[in-house]
Design a protein around this ligand. Structure first.
Ligand code: NAP
Ligand code: ZN
Ligand code: ZN
Length: 349
């Protein structure tokens, strides 16, 4: 075992504090990574605050990890010491079930091993990326293309793939009209990626305060959901609505904006069950669906797509000591648009 520096949650209420987590010695298929950058995802906050069920405290969160390989097990073939690599929301799965074999490790029939708060194969609880190092089996380690700026890559490992996957699955491309609800970490990536795929993108944000940014990211239109006229004007407009909001939304109001055969796909996690009027579904044969991150091969495809199209998240680099303050800004929608922790600022072990 090796101890690495980390920021640790001891309870739902206490601020995260400096501490350590244990990492295993690399096994024959393992990659040991020195973490350089760790993105802050809203899911980290939902988890630590106990919104998704019991939490195995003490817990280190973080599933947007970019770092450099420092050691590899003797059977590792995919990565070498010195490579720039990424780790996202999963660190393992059974590899044998139908979902795993089809590249949907996130839907593994035995349950994926999440990067944090998940039972690991050795019985310990996985610990995430607000840390100086991690050890991950090679198949769950992504290669970061050379052209992507290192400090801006980490958020692609969750915010990037979580928006890329449904945009791809619902055939977003030229001639398609896409609305992105909520322009935070996930939402701003959705705008950039959908625009790069060739779609016409509209942002549906609570206010117009980020309109200039949205248009700069590639949106053709930007509307406030606080204005009732938005829902009048945009009835029957969109092929796909991607909901990235971290709270409850009025699905029925958004459903009215779908055109024939359109889909409303939610990746944002509501704080309570959402209701749907069945009549709102019948008209235009509308669909409501969800989407969970993306598989490993698709995550690599997304990284390569972003490199090819020059797409990177808008990041604000912070020191470890600013993590708690950053969480408050995420909660109040003041994030522009992803905080990334410079893990070299973690106190030494
Ligand atoms: P974020 O940066 O906080 O962005 C969420 C955005 O939602 C905010 O910027 C805001 O956008 C809007 N919003 C927040 N509170 C709202 C409210 N009360 N009413 C209406 N709009 C509100 O969060 P994120 O990191 O992008 O994550 C977004 C959600 O996706 C979270 O619930 C997270 O857990 C979830 N998630 C899901 C997956 C998956 O696989 N499905 C993966 C990662 C994250 P505006 O200011 O533009 O209105
Ligand atoms: Zn995430
Ligand atoms: Zn499986």
């Amino acid at each position: 075992m090796t101890l690495v520096s980390a920021y640790v949650a001891e309870s739902a209420e206490a601020p995260l504090a400096p501490g350590t987590v244990e990492r295993r010695e690399p096994g024959e298929y393992d990659v040991q990574i020195e973490i350089h950058w760790a993105g802050i995802c809203h899911s980290d906050i939902h988890t630590v605050r106990g919104e998704w069920g019991p939490v195995p405290y003490p817990l280190t969160v973080g599933h947007e990890i970019a770092g450099v390989v420092t050691a590899v097990g003797e059977k590792v073939t995919r990565h070498q010491v010195g490579d720039r690599v990424g780790v996202g929301c999963m660190v393992n799965s059974c590899r044998e079930c139908e979902a795993c074999r089809a590249g949907f490790e996130q839907h593994c029939e035995k349950g994926m091993v999440a990067t944090y708060a998940s039972p690991d194969q050795d019985g310990s609880v996985t610990q995430g990326g607000y840390a100086s190092g991690i050890v991950v089996t090679e198949d769950f380690v992504l290669s970061i293309p050379d052209s992507l700026p290192f400090e801006e890559t980490a958020p692609l490992l969750c915010a990037g793939i979580t928006t890329y996957s449904p945009l791809k699955h619902w055939d977003v491309g030229p001639g398609k009209k896409v609305a992105v609800v909520g322009m935070g970490g996930l939402g701003h990536m959705a705008v950039k990626i959908a625009h790069a795929m060739g779609a016409e993108v509209t942002v549906l944000s609570q206010t117009l305060s980020k309109k200039e940014d949205g248009l700069r990211f590639g949106a053709a239109d930007y509307r406030a959901t606080s204005d009732p006229a938005t829902f009048e004007d945009l009835q029957g407009q969109f092929d796909l609505i991607l909901n990235t909001v971290s709270a409850s939304v009025d699905l029925n109001a958004f459903l009215q904006m779908l055109r024939f055969d359109g889909a409303l796909v939610t990746v944002g996690v509501a704080d309570q069950p959402l209701s749907i009027e069945t009549m709102a579904l019948f008209a235009n044969r509308r669909k409501v669906a969800g989407s969970l991150i993306g598989g490993i091969a698709e995550t690599q495809e997304m990284l390569d797509f972003c490199a090819q199209h020059g797409i990177t998240p808008e990041v604000e680099i912070i020191d470890a000591s600013q993590i708690n303050e950053a969480w408050e800004k995420v909660l109040s929608s003041k994030v522009r648009y992803r905080y990334v922790i410079d893990t070299s600022t973690l106190p030494a072990v």
